[in-house]
Write a protein that binds this ligand. Structure first.
Ligand code: GLN
Length: 193
């Protein structure tokens, strides 16, 4: 199995390390042709405005849409989640979005004081053990459309992980912990759409 990691900006190396640890070949994606032959793609955390602009500049927007529409799994973490969302509240006006997932995401949703925090999440699809989640200037999901499954919420009810067919989105950074259950869950999504 070969999984691509969009390597324009942000925390892509950390995803590659986890993938390699669980026996999956990780491929850095910078050009449209790097998407050929991949079984899935991860769009990492970082800065969604930068990722979007560089992707547009390098003519990756259409190829990324085509990749997602082919039914192969695509996972956005944090900035990646913003980039694949239908709508963004508090986004930059000229911020390119792939608008693949029927969700509205609030960018930098947790405000300055709690810019970054960690929380133990109950994620039923991963089993009983809570998932230790790292949030860094994270967004959360304000609206979900039909067909979007909520995978995890914070205690106050904020939605922070969702799935829609082959698409997965997490507001936090599973690549920054040792727990590889989210990566394994992502790999299990092939063929779901
Ligand atoms: N705040 C960033 C953005 O708006 C996301 C932060 C992250 O990916 N850790 O893109």
């Amino acid at each position: 199995m070969k999984i691509g990691v969009l390597a324009l900006q942000g925390a892509f190396v950390e995803h590659e390390k986890i993938l390699e640890r669980i026996g999956v070949e990780a491929v850095e994606v910078r050009l449209p042709e790097h998407l050929d032959g991949l079984d899935g793609l991860i769009i990492p955390g970082g800065e969604s405005t930068t990722i979007g602009k560089v992707a547009r500049q390098w003519r990756l927007l259409e190829p990324l849409l085509a990749f997602a529409r082919s039914g192969r799994p695509l996972w956005g973490t944090c900035a990646g989640m913003i980039f694949i969302a239908q709508d963004v509240v508090d986004g930059k006006p000229d911020q390119p979005l792939l608008a693949l997932m029927d969700v509205t995401v609030r960018r930098n949703a947790f405000g300055r004081q709690v810019d970054s925090f960690e929380a133990d999440l109950d994620v039923p699809v991963l089993g009983k053990e809570p998932f230790h989640a790292v949030f860094i200037r994270a967004p959360f999901i304000e609206r979900i459309g039909k067909g979007v499954e909520v995978l995890a919420k914070l205690e106050d009810g904020a939605i922070v992980a969702v799935r829609q067919d082959n698409l997965l989105a997490t507001a936090f950074h599973p690549e920054l912990t040792e727990d590889d259950r989210f990566h394994r869950y992502f790999l299990s999504l092939s063929g779901t759409s």
